[in-house]
Each structure stands twice: as C-alpha cells, then as structure tokens.
Design a binder for this molecule. Sequence first.
Ligand code: ADP
Length: 551
Amino acid sequence: MVGIMADMNDARSALRQYFGYDGFRPGQEPLIHAILQGRDALGVMPTGAGKSLCYQIPAVLMHGVTIVISPLVSLMADQVAGLEGNDIHAVCINSTQSPEEQSVALAEARSGRCKVMYVAPERLDTQRFVEFAATLDIALVAIDEAHCVSQWGQDFRPAYLGIGDFLSRLPDRPVVAAFTATATERVRRDIVNLVGLRDPQISVTGFDRTNLYFDVIKAVPTVKRQWIERYVTARPDESGIIYCATRKETESLAADLCAHGVRAVCYHAGLPPEERHAAQRAFVNDEAPVVVATNAFGMGIDKSNVRYVIHHNMPDSIEAYYQEAGRAGRDGLASRCTLLWSDGDIATRRRFIEMENGNERLTDEEAQAVRNRRRVLLDGMIGYCRTTDCLHRYITSYFGETGEVKCSGCSNCDGEFETIDVTDIAVSIGKCVSEMGQRGRRQGEEARKYGAGKIVQVLRGSDAREMHDWRRLDSCPMYGRLRDVPDSRIRDVLSQMVADGYLAVEEGRFPLVWFGVRSMDMRRVGFRMVIKQVSRPADSDDHGGGSGGGT
Ligand code: ADP
C-alpha cells in the first residue's frame, strides 16, 4: 500500500533523477497522479508513447515492490537491465531461469531492496507464487499488454484471466494499473471487468500520428498493381513496405518491381529462415529500400525512415491495419499510408471468417462467437474504407480517444472521392429496424432485434418462410420497399450507418443491429447520408502530404 503519499512534484523529480527527462508526455501525468493517490488506472497509449514510465515512476516513489505482469518473457531481461541502468533495482522471474536464479530473484523481492519485479501471467496461477506474494509488501500491480485478457483482442492469453483471482487472494489489495496499446471500447470494458479494476482513472491518448498521410483508394487488382508500380518506381530511393494478402502475391509483385529497377525484396513466413533474415537485413540496412511482405513482416523491426506503407489488400481489422501502417514515419517525418481495396477483398475476408474453424478446442458455440467478433472487427475495417469522414478522426475515435482531432492530412479531407446520396435508403433502413423491433413483441417486452441479413430481406420483400411466420415481418410497412435496390447496396449503406454511429451492432451469439448513438440525427430535418462511390482515379498518384520530401 502507499506509505507516505508522494505527489506530482515528487514524480517530476523522480522523472529527472532516474530517467533524465524534463517533462511528462500526454497521458502520463493523470495516470501517475491516480496511482500515487492509491487509485486504479487504465492507460491506453500506442507503442512507444511511454506506458512503462507510468508504473516505473510510482514504483520508485511508493513503499513496497511493484509487480509487473508481462507476457513478453523474452523482453524481461532487457527491461530489468534498463531499470538497473537507471539505478532502479529490478528482478524478473520466469521459466527460462534456473531454480537457483529464481530463488535469488524471489529473495531480492522479499528483501525490500527491489522496487520492480517482472513475472509472466502463468506464474500467478501457481500456489507457491501466491503464497510467496502474500508475504510481500506490494505497492502496485502493473499489467502490461492488458488487452491479452480479452477474447476480443488479437492476442488473447488465457493466463491473464487468472489475474483477478490472484489479486483477490492477496491479503491487502494493492493499487492495480493496466496498460495496453490497443483497446477498443469493448476490450477496455473487458480489462476493467476481468481484472477487476476499481473505479480506474482511464486515459486514452496519443493515437493520432500527425506525420502520417492516410489515403484510401478503391481499385480492381490490375489497377492496384499499376498504382503500386508507378508509385514505387517514382521514388526509387525511398524506403517502403508493401503488404500483400498472399505469399504468391508478394513474390510476383517483388519480381515486377525488381524488373522495373527497384531494389525490392520479398518476405513471408514460407521462405527459408536464411532468406527471410537476409531480406530483413537488406531492408533495415537500406540495401533494399522496399520490402513486399505478408503480415508476417514487421514484429520487432525497428526502422525509422520508412516513408510509405502500402496495403495491396484490406486487412481484417483496424487494429491490424494501424499496426502495420504505423510502421511508416517512426522518425516523425511526413510519410504516407495507402490502403488499396476492392469489393473482392471484402468477399475474401468474409470467406476466411466463415471457413475458419479456429481452435479445435472450441465448442461450436464458442467458434460461432469468435466468428462474430471477427465480423465486427472486419466491419470496422470496411467502415474505414468507405467512410467519407476524416481518416485520422476515424482511427482515433475507433481507439476511443475522445479529444478533438485536427486532420493532419488524409484523402477524405482532401475530398478526393465521389459520393452518392443514399439518404432514402438510410431512412428506409432506420424505419425498417424500428418496425421489425415491434413485430411479434408482447407487452412489456423489449423491442426485437435482428441481424443485418434479415433487415435486408425485409426491405427487399423476400419470400423466405420466416418472413411469413408468427412475427409477420411481411406486415412491416417497409416490407419490399427497396425491392429495386440491390442487396449489396443496402448492405453497404447499412454497414456505413454502423460505422457512422446511426446504427450499432450488438454482440452476442449473433450480431444484432440496433440504433446507435447518433440515431436521433436521422430524424432531424435535412438529414443526409452519402457513401463513397469510387475513389479518385487511381492513376493520379502525386498529391499533397505524401512522402515526396516534405517535413
Ligand atoms: P511503451 O511502453 O508505451 O511502448 P515506453 O515506456 O517503452 O513506451 O517508452 C518509449 C520511449 O519513450 C522510452 O525510450 C522512454 O524512455 C521514452 N519516454 C517515456 N516517457 C518519456 C518522457 N516523459 N519524456 C521523454 N521520453 C520519454
């Protein structure tokens, strides 16, 4: 527990004394302040924004030891070395150590000399460790990569589910602070609930990357290819990453670029390790400025002067996209992130989701739930491709950042797309959702909710049997009202309405569509909705904010 309360002046002194920094970065101060006050905290900041400091500063100021739960066993030794280098005594305990090493580390932790102790989440499950922890004076439990607790995230790690139990078995509950780089609203809720954070200070900051220009282009495969060739050959000395969906595509595109005189290498998990390492080395050393890769490329690669990241296909979530695109411009210089997509990409992604039987240990029901989650994540990605709003704003609000975001460059704000007015379709969808909600409903019952497919069926006047059953969906005034509009268009508008917040998808065994936070706006006079028709012509490649040298 906190002994003598430290305040933010102490925190600033510690920042200077131990780390040599003059001031806090956005987001750090409220989190450190809360922790020092004895309040739980949840920090959501992108990689490199400075999450570690948010628990390291309290660790040196609070009485007792800080336990850091981290999934990255391979990085623990580095983290300990970093802290020791700053005069903060730290240890780690993990399965790569010999029993003797572990005993020494445990003794250090108990001695009171050690301020920070790193452990893997799996260890919290062992009776021995729980008994040991009960004898410690624990100031703070910090949870790194806290999104691993959520099955909604990309890296679910079952051992994280044991953290809540571990905390409840401690004689005195310490302050608990969780940190993650990626957390949508749903993942954040899971972290709070599953870890058992108590009225945490939540701080979401730093997601906007103002030096990146975001660009979305819809194009068929042949045009995508031409666009990439033209873009890359016009910048032979710039470093770039091109992500493709398949290994075959990376090979053929890399070969094409080489034939055009570009020093490009190809990287995917199917290559022999030596070849992969050689490609990576060549790219990092700028011998080959361009790498054409699958999503196997990127983890742990630290190259700051990447001027562009091009996606040849649509990834399956905004999380994945932003992680990959975010490898551009680490040096802070203007860089460009272009996403090329086609309707075929959506079809392929959907097919992958349907085909996936995932983990064999899952029951049918669990597998179904996993598929549903993936569909929702994919819808977020499709929304990014189709939105006419600012792309910077789309991304930051996706990650839950609420502050005002000023666009620092994106193709939407540059207005480079054509739109079609779909107000009538949107209004019909809204009415239909409402009417369907009332059908077959008994008094006092909540409105009924349906999946997107059913809504489209009603609007199109489908003759399917369930239209005519006891719910009498065929008696909705909207039944058959959009008979002349293709299914795909209605679906496009519906997913855009979800992306824009007019509708929302509720999770559950099946994703159900209901009204979203902006639903009232649809009733306002002058309500209008447009969707993107086609992007600007894909052959006009050079325009402002790109990677062509700026600041
Ligand atoms: P994260 O855990 O969010 O990925 P880190 O905690 O590893 O990020 O911090 C990234 C880098 O930023 C580190 O080198 C760290 O020392 C530095 N850093 C963190 N906070 C500050 C600060 N207030 N001022 C200057 N540098 C900072």
